[in-house]
Design a protein around this ligand. Structure first.
Ligand code: HEM
Ligand SMILES: *[C@@H]1O[C@H](CO)[C@@H](O)[C@H](O)[C@H]1NC(C)=O
Ligand SMILES: *[C@@H]1O[C@H](CO)[C@@H](O)[C@H](O)[C@H]1NC(C)=O
Ligand SMILES: CC(=O)N[C@H]1CO[C@H](CO)[C@@H](O)[C@@H]1O
Length: 329
């Protein structure tokens, strides 16, 4: 058989180049992109250490900040997915999520994320998204406070948009009943079990009087001694003491374990929504199982955190890698 002619070779070479270009575009375009723990193995191998150091020093200064960072991750992921939309500041021409009802006067920890972001920018500029930094920081917070650890999948990119209405509509208010809690999690692809396990985050952190006032004054599914104790730090009439704090877990609010569930079975849940998880309904048995087995709680919590971290990420060439987590580039 004759050797291929030069023109046949050129055609073959051109075809190979075209196939390569198409594959590269498809991967970069995000159609095949997936989150993976090794996403930064070559581009920024130091990112995990940098985030951990940042969380260790922040928690050494104030233990509650670990809880605040875990909550930031939840409130980010429930609005357009885990895309750091929550981190964007409002400007004259841009309305973000920070003034939404569940966030206004309540979310905290942005300075910690800023500090970690600048540390990460020093070692690998322009590579790591704010969305991934928040996901890793939430994992580290849980682990540092005594909870489980897990491999965090990364490769998310940052949004160029935010949604105030999404924050108001998707994040459950503390007045929610079990059915509403379940349906708001289902809307994000999370099961009722994920919801109960992730609510175990309330084994750390604090809540403001305005969010538990009705539960401690007006409801009956609460231990009366506990209600009285909380009333002493939370005046009955709204307007006064709205921002007074109480621990979500009355026993150990800076340790991540299963005490949250132990409180629920003795009717010492601080929020109405907390007590809904143990109030004669479908989730009572799960609460009991997390009391009998902390390792079951930890395993289900990790499953829930990984699922929550997978909510509609921006990948490939979608979104951007923000230089500053508070504004789009
Ligand atoms: C199930 C529905 C949930 C409701 C109704 C709810 C509601 C609340 C409320 C009202 C507060 C107190 C905020 C304040 O008063 O300033 C709070 C705090 C907190 N939430 Fe939730 N939450 C829910 C689920 C979750 C989930 C899924 C996570 C994390 C995976 C989470 C993590 C936290 C943490 C750690 C705090 C304490 C934050 C701090 O001390 O700064 N919550 N939550
Ligand atoms: C947010 O809270 C501040 C005070 O903490 C208040 O002045 C402002 O009206 C609130 N904004 C919204 C949109 O609720
Ligand atoms: C308790 O319920 C009554 C009657 O619905 C209401 O007027 C009052 O504002 C509620 N108080 C609190 C602290 O929620
Ligand atoms: C967001 C959500 O699911 N809201 C529902 C809460 O429950 C009431 C009835 O109990 C529904 O009317 C709401 O639509």
């Amino acid at each position: 058989m004759a050797q291929p002619t030069w023109s046949a070779r050129r055609v073959t070479a051109a075809l190979v180049v075209m196939v390569v270009v198409v594959v590269v575009l498809a991967v970069a375009g995000g159609s095949w992109a997936q989150l993976s723990p090794s996403f930064y193995s070559f581009s920024c191998p130091g990112v995990f250490n940098a985030v951990k150091r940042g969380m260790q020093s922040a928690i050494a200064r104030e233990k509650r900040i670990g809880a605040s960072i875990v909550r930031l991750f939840f409130h980010d992921c429930f609005v357009q997915g885990c895309d750091a939309s929550l981190l964007l500041d409002d400007t004259a021409s841009f309305t973000g999520e920070k003034t939404a009802n569940p966030n206004n006067g309540s979310v905290r920890g942005f300075e910690v994320i800023d500090a970690i972001k600048s540390a990460v920018e020093t070692i690998c500029p322009g590579v790591v998204s704010c969305a991934d930094i928040l996901a890793i920081a939430a994992r580290d917070s849980v682990a540092i406070l005594g909870g489980p650890s897990w491999d965090v999948k990364v490769g998310r990119r940052d949004s160029r948009t935010a949604s105030l209405s999404g924050a108001n509509n998707n994040i459950p208010p503390p007045t929610s009943g079990l059915a509403n809690l379940t349906s708001l999690f289902a809307a994000q692809g999370l099961s009722q079990k994920d919801m109960v396990a992730l609510s175990g985050s309330h084994t750390i952190g604090q809540a403001r009087c305005t969010n538990f006032r009705a539960h401690i004054y007006n409801e009956t599914n609460i231990d009366s001694g506990f209600a009285m104790r909380r009333q002493s730090g939370c005046p009955r009439n709204s307007g006064s003491g709205d921002n007074n704090l109480a621990p979500l877990d009355l026993q150990t609010p800076t340790v991540f374990e299963n005490n949250y569930y132990k409180n629920l079975v003795v009717k010492k849940g601080l929020l109405h929504s907390d007590q809904e998880l143990f109030n004669g309904g479908a989730t009572d048995a799960l609460v009991q199982s997390y009391i009998s087995s902390q390792s079951t709680f930890f395993a289900d919590f990790v499953t829930g955190m990984i699922k929550m971290g997978d909510i509609t990420p921006l990948t490939g060439s979608n979104g951007e890698i923000r230089k500053n987590c508070r504004r789009i580039n």
